[in-house]
Design a protein around this ligand. Structure first.
Ligand code: CTP
Length: 404
């Protein structure tokens, strides 16, 4: 993660979904954020302050005149120590008070004194959420510059169905990270390919490889957090679509080629991490192939389109292309040859056995100029940021109008 700050003040108001916020605090702490919880009196009826005190490893604030030491005026001091104010769940009542500047508890006082970014996560009964009063109040808060997460739809704790559920803690966590991330890719359009491709012989059998897509998805997520407009073109994986990205799902190399070429001319950066099949069956059998003989010798394979090579052939000089090389031996030499042959600007090389399926990877980043960086083994999420750090410097050189 490349963050502008990691200090979160978390306002918790009185709704049944408060229990989910315990998990959010745990997630934030696990990822080294500092969390100051501020509860309303009603919130304490659902989960005790003690739970949040233990999870956040800090005193929880509730009353306006509470203080952790005599020289502090908490509702004024805390905003000065806050990188983002998150209010989750936000009840209709607290939302209405925020709109009108009613400061009758620690949280609403603190909201008035806070000048930085804030994230509101409303959660309530469907009728309360869709009521014109609540809807108007939410639009006023958006005009004030507050970021608002839409509630999820589904079964509600009050026994009804509809829109009003608190989003999953992981989604709120991702939104916080998104808002706190540096925006050094702002204004850049980034195309990422990820996952394997499947080349079908018949409706149920195909040629493929064990790529999980984790590396490409981590890159798409990190680029989007850092402000890029991201287009992820993915082969079949078990991963959820990364938030804030346009994800296009494909199956075969031919489909991936088609989707990439449709948008290629508008992109600034290409990061081609997909493990594209190099060959496909020359003929596709529309009905299942039956086992009629002891050996099967009639499967003829033909080359699939080379996507990165086709992009490079039409590339403008301000466009930047990153390829991947998964090799079993002579990793650096094979990667450099591949980079030159396919006219890439940078290549990320690794050993094939190390790359697939795992959550970590160890790579070598090689630039067209010959500049080479050997990185230690690290989680793919961290590696994604390392790769983006490496390429944004070069992108700035070829596209000097870039501002961050
Ligand atoms: N690639 C592509 N289209 C293909 C095959 C590969 O765009 N049909 C891209 C991959 O996404 C990767 C790079 O080319 O960024 C290198 O892929 P790799 O399979 O390692 O290399 P190949 O050129 O296919 O060479 P080989 O399989 O012979 O090692």
């Amino acid at each position: 993660m490349r963050l502008k700050g990691n200090r979160i003040t978390l306002g918790v108001t009185g709704g049944i979904s408060v229990y989910k916020i315990c998990e959010l605090v745990r997630l934030l702490k696990k990822n080294n954020f500092s969390v100051q919880v501020v509860m309303t009196q009603d919130a304490t009826k659902f989960v005790t302050p003690e739970t949040f005190r233990v999870l956040s490893q800090r005193e929880v604030l509730i009353d306006t005149f509470e203080y952790t030491s005599p020289e502090r005026v908490e509702h004024v001091t805390i905003p000065q120590e806050t990188d983002i104010l998150v209010i989750a769940p936000a009840t209709a009542n607290t939302i209405a008070k925020m709109v009108h500047g009613i400061a009758d508890n620690m949280l609403t006082c603190l909201w008035l004194a806070h000048k930085g970014p804030s994230l509101l996560v409303p959660a309530m009964n469907h009728n309360m959420f869709t009521h014109p009063a609540t809807q108007r109040n939410i639009s006023v808060l958006k005009e004030f510059g507050v970021h608002v997460m839409e509630p999820d739809e589904g079964a509600l704790a009050c026994g009804t169905e509809g829109k009003g559920r608190l989003p999953a803690p992981e989604s709120i966590y991702e939104e916080i990270v998104h808002l706190l991330s540096t925006k050094d890719f702002k204004g850049k359009k980034v195309l990422v390919t990820a996952g394997p491709t499947r080349e079908h012989l018949d409706p149920i059998r195909f040629i493929s490889n064990p790529s999980s897509g984790k590396m490409g998805y981590a890159i798409a997520k990190a680029a989007s957090r850092r402000g890029a407009q991201v287009f992820l073109i993915s082969g079949p994986t078990n991963l959820p679509d990364p938030p804030h990205t346009k994800t296009i799902h494909v199956t075969s190399a031919a489909e991936m080629y088609e989707e990439v070429m449709k948008i290629a001319k508008d992109m600034d950066v290409f990061i081609m991490s997909a493990a594209v099949a190099d060959y496909r069956p020359k003929t596709y059998q529309p009905s299942k192939i039956k086992k009629e003989t002891t050996t099967l010798t009639h499967i003829e394979l033909e080359r699939t389109p080379d996507i990165i090579h086709s992009v490079a052939q039409k590339k403008r000089k301000e466009q930047f292309i990153v390829g991947f090389a998964a090799e079993t031996d002579n990793v650096v030499k094979n990667a450099v040859d591949k980079m030159k042959k396919k006219n890439m600007d940078m290549i990320v090389a690794n050993t094939a056995t190390q790359a697939f399926q795992k959550d970590t990877n160890q790579v070598i980043i090689i630039h067209r100029s010959g500049e080479t960086r050997y990185l230690p083994e690290m989680p793919k999420e961290d590696l994604a940021d390392e790769i983006l750090d490496e390429l944004i410097q070069k992108v700035r050189q070829i596209s000097p109008s870039h501002t961050s």
